[in-house]
Design a protein around this ligand. Structure first.
Ligand code: UDP
Length: 328
């Protein structure tokens, strides 16, 4: 049994990772400052002996007593709306926070896996994106606070590997979806499903010709689990190469939800990447991994999850009312 620290544990990906490590029989410490995370995503784990929650901001200082085998750094705002609302925290968590966690990994002789992103490729001029592509990022645009912090995160993680011999893994995560996404974080899938459920028109930004490739969360978690267990140290893309335009995606959501609403077009946000699709040859070859869940299967599960939320949740702008929960 290993002891695993997951930062950003109350977030969408962090909470699914906690579930996976618990399922594998490991001891899990979930850490979060709950700025964008929702403690409800972890509620089901609180009664378990194997699970402990630490309410800490990793950008300030990280303290964990005892041994640690693995650290998974998944704390960060991850939607363009969050970057605009909390740009400084976004910069800090992947720079200062990563530095603190690398120090912790070094002190505990733990392996650390950091969550990087397809955003390191910016608005890519190479398509599909391979790991060798260096990217096309605007450092001072609205996404710069996320993109550049993640690029710095890769640099400092690699430096700790080469200079301090810390065992590392770097996953470049492409658009991922599934239950526990925040309904109102502005990302396209919860935006469209939320709009359909509330009887609002679906807002497509730009002319909808921009593309994304959506990976179901269980597939992503499997890829991350395999990467952690491998001895591969260079960045690796994990995502689903099944690419779709946002306009077609809106039509899929309209069909799935059976809404009578139409599509309305809004201005395309600045620096919105025009196309995105992972090249996953490395994951296939090195990890023997590829996505298994089709978009139609994954969307159905995700829609059922959003339908099960109470109407309070559906209309609430944010849901970080964690104070009513006991934090141990
Ligand atoms: N998008 C949209 N309508 C929305 C929200 C997003 O058309 O209500 C578009 C957005 O402009 C982008 C794509 O959907 O082209 C994916 O956006 P998201 O914020 O989910 O992720 P990212 O841009 O970081 O891939």
């Amino acid at each position: 049994m290993a002891k695993v620290l997951v930062t950003g544990a109350a977030g969408f990906l962090g909470s699914h990772l906690c579930d996976r490590f618990i399922k594998e029989g490991h001891e899990v410490i979930g850490m979060d400052n709950l700025i964008t995370g929702n403690i409800r995503n972890l509620e089901h784990l609180f009664p378990l002996e194997q699970f402990t929650f630490y309410y800490q901001d990793v950008s300030n200082y990280v303290h964990v007593s005892g041994d640690l085998d693995y650290i998974l750094h998944f704390a960060s705002p991850a939607s363009p709306i969050d970057y605009l609302k909390i740009p400084i925290q976004t910069l800090k968590v992947s720079s200062l926070g990563t530095h603190n966690l690398l120090g912790l990994a070094k002190a505990k002789s733990a392996k650390i896996l950091v969550a990087s992103t397809s955003e390191v490729y910016g608005d890519p001029l190479v398509h599909p994106q391979t790991e060798e592509y260096w990217g096309n990022v605007n450092p001072i645009g609205p996404r710069g606070v996320y993109d550049e912090a993640k690029r710095f995160q890769e640099a400092i993680t690699m430096a700790y590997h080469t200079f301090h011999n810390v065992d590392i893994a770097i996953v470049r995560i492409f658009n991922t979806y599934g239950p526990r996404m925040r309904l109102n974080d502005g990302r396209v899938l919860p935006a469209f499903i939320g709009q359909a459920l509330r009887g609002e028109d679906l807002t497509v930004f730009g002319d909808g010709s921009q593309t994304r490739s959506f990976c179901y969360v269980d597939d992503l978690v499997e890829g991350i689990y395999r990467l952690l267990k491998s001895d591969y140290h260079l960045p690796m893309n994990i995502g689903n190469p099944d690419e779709i335009t946002i306009a077609d995606f809106a039509q899929e959501i309209i069909k799935l939800t059976g809404t009578n609403q139409k599509v309305v077009y809004k201005e395309l946000p600045k620096d919105d990447p025009l196309q995105r699709q992972p090249n996953i040859d490395k994951a296939r070859e090195i990890l023997g991994w590829e996505p298994k869940v089709s978009r139609s299967e994954g969307l159905k599960i995700t829609y059922d999850y959003f339908k099960s939320l109470d109407s309070d949740e559906l209309y609430r702008k944010e849901h970080n009312d964690f104070t009513k929960y006991i934090i141990k």
